[in-house]
Structures are given as structure tokens and as C-alpha cells.
Design a protein around this ligand. Structure first.
Ligand code: SIN
Length: 317
């Protein structure tokens, strides 16, 4: 069925894009997640023209993304899945904080069959800034969501389109804080048009989607912690976590997946009693290359925080 003027659904979750400061010149002393997503959209002239159809606004959460919870992820996944099925919806835009946007993007990429665009966007400056970056990012995100043929979960900020797998926040202050490392971005948004240099992400098929859908909103998710291998590391934190019942451990390893011998001993003990142990690398670029006979499995191409998301979903599955 051909549907004219499909809508774009905009889901608000908070972040600096919805933040306010007491003084317009203050780009760091603000409170995130104060302004409703409807108000944010109303402040961007011409948004509906760029969308090419109606914009439907829903406030899913109103939080600083450092406090992101699995319950919000579940609500986002369920609403996005409905939008993927609804022929009246062209795409989804999600406003989010920059701090954990890469984790939410990877989670949604992993659980959705994203046959339409799911575009996360954000800002580094609060809505009250002298020169806020949120309105342009919102305009660009809507332009990407309205692009013919677009699909998959992407992050749009500072005129750049990043795929969910590679995007990482690499800077705490500048208005373009993201990098896709040596893989590079998928493309850019220029005057309302997406210029791609890589293909849109493939819709992976909704791994764990059913498990997420069947969860109660307040259910507890598998307990997976991150540990870091570093100079002078010990295994004491890992031993304590195992005593407390941790189900999975992701190790941010040195170099190509190496682990301090003291930490490695504790991880082996954890694995022996059934705790899943997964290695990722601390290196910002490249990806871990597993070798035959590695003691612990690896998550090539995933940063430690994304490897953690994948392990949570594996254990849920
Ligand atoms: C947040 O992540 O919610 C606050 C920081 C930001 O959006 O830049």
C-alpha cells in the first residue's frame, strides 16, 4: 500500500539538547533534560518542510543520559519496533544525551530489524546557549530520517552521520564530539541532503528482540560488569563480583586483547564457575584480532561499553 506524507516519529529522552543554564554564555554549568521534546521541535523553523510530512512527538523519558536505564531502552525498542511495522511511519528520530548515545544506538541496532531509519541526535550545548547546536542537529536528523532509502540505526551530530557500531564520543567539550575511528563516518548532512560514503547499516534481524519485548518494564536484566586491565591490576574486584553473583564480565583489555596476569587469574576463576568473560580492547581505533587458543572470547569491532550491551543481550537471549 502506498502511503502519502508518511510521518516521522520523534522520541524525546532528555540530554543536553534539552538542557538549560542560568546564563546564556554558560555551556557547561547547565542541567540536562529540562525542556520537552515538543518545545525543542517548535524552536526549529522549517522542520516539517524538511520532514516532508507530519512530525509526531512523544516524550519517552527526560533524563541525563549518564543515568540511562534498561527500562528506557526497553521502552524505546518497543516503540521503534512498532514504528518499523507501521506503514504510516517513514522513520524515527530520538533526542538523547551525548554521553551514552553510542550505547543506546548499539542496543537499538542489536534488537531492532531497522528496515527504516532510526536516527539518534543530541547536542553538546544546552538549549539556552548563545549558539546552541541542538536545532541544527535536529534539522539534520529529521533530514536523514526523511531520506529515501535510508535505514538502520545511526547517530547524527555536527553534520555527520555515524553508524551505531563504530560511533564513540571522543571529546568532552567540542561541538563535534564523535568519531567512527578508522572506519570513518557513513556520511554527512549538507544543506538538508545526506551524502553517504558508506552503505546504510544493514538491519541485523532483531537478535534478542523477542526477549526484550517479553520483559516486564521493571524486570532485572542480566548483571554484566566492565573491568579494565591496567598497570598494577589485581583480581580482587573480579573475585568480589563473582561472590556477589555477577553473570558476565567484559574486560577492557590492553592492546590486542591482553590482560594483566593477576586479573587474568581471577577471570579464569570466574569463567570456571560459569561467568561469561568477553574481551574488548581499550584502544580507540582498529579492532581486536582474536587468535586460536585465546583463554577468553573476544568482541572484535566493539568498544568495551558496546561489548557489554551485546553480552547483556546474549545472556537475556
Ligand atoms: C547527557 O548525556 O545527557 C548529558 C551530556 C550531553 O548530552 O552532552
Amino acid at each position: 500500500m502506498q502511503v502519502s506524507a508518511q510521518k516521522i516519529v520523534v522520541l524525546g529522552t532528555g540530554g543536553t539538547i534539552a538542557g538549560t543554564a542560568a546564563q546564556a554564555g554558560d555551556n557547561i554549568g547547565y542541567t540536562a533534560a529540562q525542556v520537552g521534546v515538543g518545545e525543542l521541535l517548535a524552536a526549529v523553523p522549517g522542520l516539517e518542510a524538511v520532514a516532508g510530512g507530519p512530525l509526531v512527538v512523544e516524550q519517552v523519558a527526560q533524563i541525563d543520559s549518564k543515568d540511562m536505564e534498561m527500562g528506557v531502552w526497553r521502552a524505546l525498542a518497543l516503540r521503534c519496533a512498532e514504528c518499523m511495522r507501521d506503514p504510516a511511519v517513514r522513520g524515527v528520530v530520538i533526542t538523547h544525551g551525548t554521553d551514552t548515545i553510542e550505547e543506546t544506538a548499539w542496543f537499538l541496532h542489536s534488537v531492532l530489524h531497522a528496515s527504516k531509519p532510526v536516527v539518534l541526535t543530541c547536542a553538546m550545548r544546552p538549549s539556552t546557549a548563545l549558539v546552541p547546536d541542538g536545532p541544527q542537529n535536529l534539522l539534520d536528523a529529521v533530514a536523514v530520517a526523511a531520506t529515501a532509502g535510508a535505514q538502520g540505526v545511526v547517530v547524527v551530530a555536527a553534520g555527520t552521520i555515524h553508524g551505531a557500531q563504530r560511533v564513540q564520543k571522543v571529546h568532552p567539550y567540542r561541538v563535534d564530539p564523535f568519531s567512527s575511528g578508522d572506519a570513518g563516518p557513513l556520511g554527512w548532512v549538507e544543506e538538508g541532503a545526506a551524502r553517504l560514503v558508506q552503505a546504510w547499516p544493514q538491519a541485523p534481524g532483531g537478535k534478542a528482540a523477542a526477549a526484550v519485548a517479553s520483559m516486564q518494564a521493571d524486570a532485572s536484566w542480566p548483571w554484566v560488569e566492565l573491568v579494565v586491565s591496567h598497570a598494577g591490576a589485581s583480581g580482587r574486584a573480579v573475585d568480589a563480583l563473582v561472590r556477589e553473583g555477577v553473570q558476565g564480565l567484559v574486560v577492557a583489555c590492553t592492546g590486542n586483547g591482553t590482560v594483566h596476569h593477576a586479573l587474568g587469574g581471577a577471570l579464569a576463576r570466574a569463567q570456571a564457575v560459569g561467568v561469561r568473560v568477553v574481551r574488548s580492547t581499550r584502544c580507540a581505533e582498529g579492532q581486536l584480532l582474536p587468535t586460536a587458543g585465546d583463554a577468553f572470547e573476544a568482541a572484535p569491532g566493539l568498544s568495551p561499553v558496546k561489548a557489554r550491551v551485546s553480552l547483556v543481550l546474549d545472556l537475556l537471549h
